[in-house]
Design a protein around this ligand. Sequence first.
Ligand SMILES: Nc1ncnc2c1ncn2[C@@H]1O[C@H](COP(=O)(O)OP(=O)(O)O)[C@@H](O)[C@H]1O
Ligand SMILES: [Mg+2]
Length: 314
Amino acid sequence: MTELITIKDLKVHYPIRSGFFNRVTDHVYAVDGVDFIIEKGKTYGLVGESGSGKSTTGKAIVGLEKITSGEIIYDGQDVTKRSVRKKMNYNKDVQMIFQDSMSSLNPKKRVVDIIAEPLRNFERLSDQEEKTRVKSLLDIVGMPEDALYKYPHEFSGGQRQRLGVARAVASNPKLIVADEPVSALDLSVQAQVLNFMKRIQQEFGLSFLFISHDLGVVKHMCDNIAIMYKGRFVEIGTREDIYQDPRHIYTKRLLSAIPQIDVKNRDAHKENRRKVELEYVTHQKDYYDESGRVYDLRKITESHQVALKNGGAE
Ligand SMILES: Nc1ncnc2c1ncn2[C@@H]1O[C@H](COP(=O)(O)OP(=O)(O)O)[C@@H](O)[C@H]1O
Ligand SMILES: [Mg+2]
């Protein structure tokens, strides 16, 4: 295993202010102590329902969110400090794609300027060189050359996400944090965008941190997966660990929530869903402590860890 980025005990707590003096009275524990390793050329999936802390984790890694504590180790250096990120060219090496391309791509700019922006920040190219680069980036995501002088609103959602991918790879990064990149798209278009992402990963040897609320979407993308709930990881493992041998009830719930296309198995799926819901209701205390907090992760195999009371031993 060759690691690209190691995240150690990352915490992001947002202060809640209230009262006449606007004092900090409490905190939202958006991310509350997560550890994981993103490997070179691999995809790490971060999955959980809305509000579990996925976006905050992603933004903390790219440096868009101030962290409360913890370390993000890149090339042997802790990049949680802005000065270190700058020195190491970290902002070039790590890029982000967002779910909502309509608001993340500047509507007043033409495609050529949108995609060239990271190039202008990090490289000195002549106009001609820049145009050639942008054209080849468009080609990589299957967009025609005449897209160059159009504006974001002239494209469909799927095309805009592909432009977002082109923009993210423009600076030749090592890691792309993709936050729900296909969640707003129709199923058929999702597959298309995911295929482009995969192809680009192979071509550039990129790593992805792929964020989704849907275990169905990440299935064919991810090598390793973390399941997140209330700012903590309830289970981490390889794709096989998570899909073939889920141990935490929350993981099982997410799995049972994957929409079934196969009509033949619909009844069995419904029955499984009912069983999982029942277990969820009756066995809460095996999975969360008295205050509802997720237990610490324990190793069950070399690759697979789960947050169960006493590590699952009774
Ligand atoms: N800027 C902020 N200030 C206060 N609370 C926030 C802020 N951003 C996110 N949160 C809260 O942190 C938690 C995690 O949010 P987020 O990381 O966006 O979750 P996800 O991406 O999994 O839906 C949520 O409870 C959310 O309301
Ligand atoms: Mg989010």
